[in-house]
Structures are given as C-alpha cells and as structure tokens.
Write a protein that binds this ligand. Structure first.
Ligand code: FE
Ligand code: FE
Ligand code: FE
Length: 165
C-alpha cells in the first residue's frame, strides 16, 4: 500500500471479519444440527444469535467510520468452515463427532479473537474510542465462547468420546 492510512487498514480488516461473521451465521446452524450433545447444540445456537448481534455491531462500526458496510471474502473462514464440513461428513460415533466439532469451532473462535484483537488495537491507536469499545464487546464474547466450548469439551464431551470408542 503506497498510499493508505491506519484507518484504511482498519477498514480492510473490518471488511474481512464482517464477511467472516456472515459465513459463520450460515455455518453455525449446520454445526448445531450435526451436534448430538444437547449442551453443545445449545452453545452453537446461542452463538448463532450472538453472531447476528456482532454483525449489527460491525454495521454500527462502519457507520461511525463513515464508510459503507461491505464485506470482503475471508479466505481463512472459508477454510475453517470447510474443515468443519469435513468433520460433519465423517462417519464418527456421535460422541466423537461432538469432540471434533468443538475443535473446529474453537479454531473459528481463535481466528475471530485474533481479528478482533487486531481491529480493537487499531481503533485505539487512531483514537476511535467508540469503535474500539464496540469491538471490545465482541472480542469479549468471542473469548467467552471459546472458554465455554473449552469447558464443555473438558468436563463433558471428551469424557463421553472416550467411553464411546
Ligand atoms: Fe463472531
Ligand atoms: Fe480473514
Ligand atoms: Fe464467534
């Protein structure tokens, strides 16, 4: 980028994550359907709702930055969703599939945590406090979702996966 500012870079990243979130709202109901564990199913459904709120929050962010809410294909999310799809198609026992679905979902959350961590830092760096606060809210939700999935895996799903074999 021979010309461009930190704000341009922030907007680029926001367009990537905006598209990533949209891909995710389509993938999460499929993940919920593929899950057998009720708590896992509910976690995916709850995060679908949350993701819709995150999309709305991003639209607020674009508005504050006085730029059009527009996505730019996120190749990483495409790949992560593709990997999740591979797992859904596998002939695993349900308990094992649940464990694998959590792994795929956590990879997604980690990608989002990295992305929101970046845009939050950029927004702070250029003094866009309202934008930074909005992005921080989502960052917290992504971290909480990752933690929830982690606990579900350790306390419940992985134990059942071992017994299922
Ligand atoms: Fe998200
Ligand atoms: Fe991306
Ligand atoms: Fe998420």
């Amino acid at each position: 980028m021979k010309n461009g500012t930190m704000k341009d870079l922030l907007i680029e990243e926001l367009r990537d994550i905006y598209n990533a979130e949209k891909q995710l709202t389509k993938a999460l109901p499929r993940l919920a359907r593929a899950a057998s564990n009720q708590k896992l199913k509910q976690a995916f459904e709850a995060h679908k709702e949350e993701t819709e709120g995150q999309i709305a929050r991003l639209e607020q962010v674009f508005e504050k930055l006085e730029t059009r809410a527009r996505g730019k294909l996120c190749h990483a999310m495409e790949g992560l969703v593709e990997e999740a799809r591979d797992i859904m198609e596998k002939d695993f026992p349900p308990e094992l599939k649940d464990a694998a679905l959590i792994a795929a979902a956590q990879k997604v959350e980690h990608y989002e945590i990295a992305s929101y961590g970046t845009v939050h830092a950029y927004a702070q760096a250029i003094g866009e406090r309202d934008v930074a606060n909005l992005l921080e809210e989502t960052l917290k939700e992504e971290r909480a979702t990752d933690e929830k999935l982690n606990r579900l895996a350790i306390d419940d799903v992985n134990k059942k996966a071992i017994k299922a074999a």
